[in-house]
Design a protein around this ligand. Structure first.
Ligand code: CA
Length: 233
């Protein structure tokens, strides 16, 4: 018997549960499903799933409350799967500790990719000071020397620009909210706003992208934040 990763599907729409179960089983995941928030919380604590797919609109509890609760005691990757596509909802879910956000209707290939990324990162999430080198396509970061290379050519970044690139690389494949990036780079009580971040991002793109208007490394998630594309996926 193979040790398949367990996906907990938290969803009250039976048709979607059925669809997800079929797709996930076909992709070699073991599936557990629950239809309420109360069951979700007890299932996460008793079954320790490897990843949670979470619908926000449940009958007994808002999915946002589930994220808030679970993040107090578990780091299990949570991918929100929701029909709500307002930026405010995405930002709230991500800031509370959701790992990713997929809007319904979703493409199954994209959902499977997001699950693979979430699983990969949950197993490698380490301490905050990285060491060694990380490569993503043509982009390489040497964490020890704090240097960035594109196609083996060194890119000269300011301290702030370096921190932003490093942060997106450490969370490769995940969307990072503006607020998260600002707090991580400028500290817990930042005096800068999204506009300063956008200016820095424009400068980074001018330096690392072949075409800054069509970025291949750090893309914009409109109204939400930025994501480093994972070229290994
Ligand atoms: Ca629902």
């Amino acid at each position: 018997m193979k040790n398949l990763p367990i996906v907990l599907v938290v969803e009250d729409d039976k048709a979607i549960v059925h669809l997800l179960t079929t797709i996930l089983n076909a992709n070699d995941y073991k599936v557990l499903s629950v239809g309420t928030g109360r069951e979700a919380i007890s299932s996460i604590s008793s079954h320790c799933p490897d990843v949670v797919l979470l619908d926000l609109g449940l009958s007994d509890m808002d999915g946002i409350e589930i994220i808030r609760n679970v993040r107090q005691w578990s780091r299990v990757p949570i991918i929100v799967l929701s029909a709500r596509n307002r930026e405010k909802d995405k930002v709230e879910a991500l800031d509370l500790g959701a790992d990713d956000y997929v809007t319904k209707p979703f493409g199954t290939a994209e959902l499977m990719a997001r699950i693979r990324i979430a699983l990969r990162h949950s197993s490698v999430d380490g301490p905050d000071t990285p060491s060694g080198k990380a490569t993503n396509g043509a982009l390489t970061i040497d964490y020890d020397k704090r240097r960035v290379y594109v196609n083996n050519e060194e890119i000269h970044l300011t301290q702030i620009e370096y921190k932003i690139v490093m942060l997106t690389m450490l969370h490769i494949g995940k969307v990072l909210t503006y607020d998260f990036i600002i707090r991580s780079v400028w500290g817990a009580r930042p005096t800068v706003n999204n506009q300063i971040l956008r200016v820095n991002m424009a400068n980074i793109r001018r330096k690392i992208e072949a075409n800054p208007a069509d970025p291949q490394f750090i893309i914009t998630e409109t109204g939400v934040g930025y994501r480093m594309i994972d070229h290994d996926d």
